[in-house]
Design a protein around this ligand. Structure first.
Ligand code: GUN
Length: 285
């Protein structure tokens, strides 16, 4: 990514990381690093694990009022005692670089311009750049989260895919998944999508990021993949997505691995949303 040319002022992104979730801490660190690489001014707020909803809303309201802040990101999940919906509703929709505010979700659903949730937007960009056709094809999204599953389904629908959303209560999940030309797995269950779920030649997008800390589970998932088991022995754990990576080699025509698949795209789209927000707020477009 190219650094931004000097302008009136650099774009400004505030990232709120409440509590001590280790995965969130890594995601946020990568987001802040990307800002630095691009010349975006970033601010990192770290309220403690016992922050209250009222305290968090007060921080968000202050950021809403600041002219040097173009984007506000509240890293999810928030600590259990915080009302997440209230926090997302408090972010000024014009600074909502995640596309999570109900105003922007409404824009997505009704096909109006606005910021799009970063992981699904990154996946659409990936499909475009790899020239994987979407229109007229069957897309199955496994997972119905507000962050990935639901916005993903709408973005695919707007590109004229025939979309099915599956979840933990879907009967015969494997049979539904086998109908997919494009399958997006975002369920948070290690290697749950396996050979039984994939039709040969499908495009498989793995959004999962699960840490396996049990060696026998790592052996089951990675079978003969020595490199991964050596990594487990070095670190005491290993990352795996929601898709069985070994099974994909013979089945998928295209597959995003974990790590190194959609993760970097999420960050790239956050940078795009932040820069667009700054341009809009500075009157450049
Ligand atoms: N938690 C997991 N993914 C995301 C994301 O894209 N944005 C925010 N704010 N929290 C997340």
């Amino acid at each position: 990514m190219e650094a931004l040319a000097a302008s009136v002022r650099p774009p400004g992104l505030a990232v709120i990381l409440a509590g001590a979730d280790p995965a969130s801490a890594i995601y946020v660190r990568n987001k802040i690093k990307a800002c630095k690489d691009l010349g975006i001014k970033s601010e990192h707020l770290t309220p403690p694990s016992d922050v209250t909803t009222v305290e968090l809303l007060a921080s968000i309201i202050k950021l809403n009022a600041r002219s040097d802040i173009d984007g506000i990101l509240v890293q999810m999940p928030l600590p259990a005692q915080v009302d997440s919906k209230a926090a997302l509703l408090a972010v000024d929709p014009s600074k909502d670089v995640d596309g999570f505010h109900p105003f922007n979700v409404g824009s997505l659903v009704t096909g109006r311009p606005g910021p799009r949730s970063c992981t699904p937007a990154g996946i659409m960009e990936l499909l475009r750049r790899y020239e994987i056709p979407v229109a007229g094809r069957r897309a199955v999204v496994v997972g119905r989260s507000d962050i990935v599953g639901k916005p993903m389904a709408f973005l695919l629908l707007h590109e004229n895919a025939t979309v099915t959303i599956c979840h933990s209560k879907t009967p015969d999940l494997a049979a539904v998944c086998r109908e997919a030309d494009i399958l997006v797995a975002a369920i948070g269950r290690p290697a749950m999508i396996n050979a039984a779920h994939i039709r040969k030649g499908a495009t498989v997008i793995d959004v999962g990021m699960n840490r396996i800390a049990d060696r026998s589970e790592a052996e089951r998932v990675f079978r003969g993949a020595r490199e991964k088991l050596e990594a487990f022995d070095r670190n005491g754990s290993v990352l795996v997505g929601d898709v069985d990576p070994i099974a994909m080699a013979d089945l998928a025509s295209a597959y995003t691995p974990v790590p190194g698949g959609v993760g970097p795209l999420t960050i790239a789209m956050l940078m795009v949303n932040t820069i667009r927000s700054a341009e809009r707020r500075l009157g450049a477009c």
